[in-house]
Design a protein around this ligand. Structure first.
Ligand SMILES: [Zn+2]
Length: 62
């Protein structure tokens, strides 16, 4: 399935992060093993440069 850029509607290209293990957590919690989620999927728009990141465990943000 092709992924479209949410800014300019161009096709997004799957990309990899150069820095290993970028993690995210909810702004109102402390960062620990229960709240941190890896970011590993990443898509770049080859037209406008917009980047989409995906966390591995989105349920941690509910
Ligand atoms: Zn774009």
């Amino acid at each position: 399935m092709e992924k479209k850029c949410s800014k300019c509607e161009s096709v997004m290209i799957e990309a990899k992060l150069d820095t290993y293990e970028i993690r995210a957590y909810k702004a109102d919690v402390k960062p620990n093993a229960k709240t941190l989620s890896n970011i590993n999927r990443c898509y770049v728009c080859s037209n406008c440069g917009f980047i989409d990141f995906y966390v591995e465990e989105p349920e941690k943000f509910k």
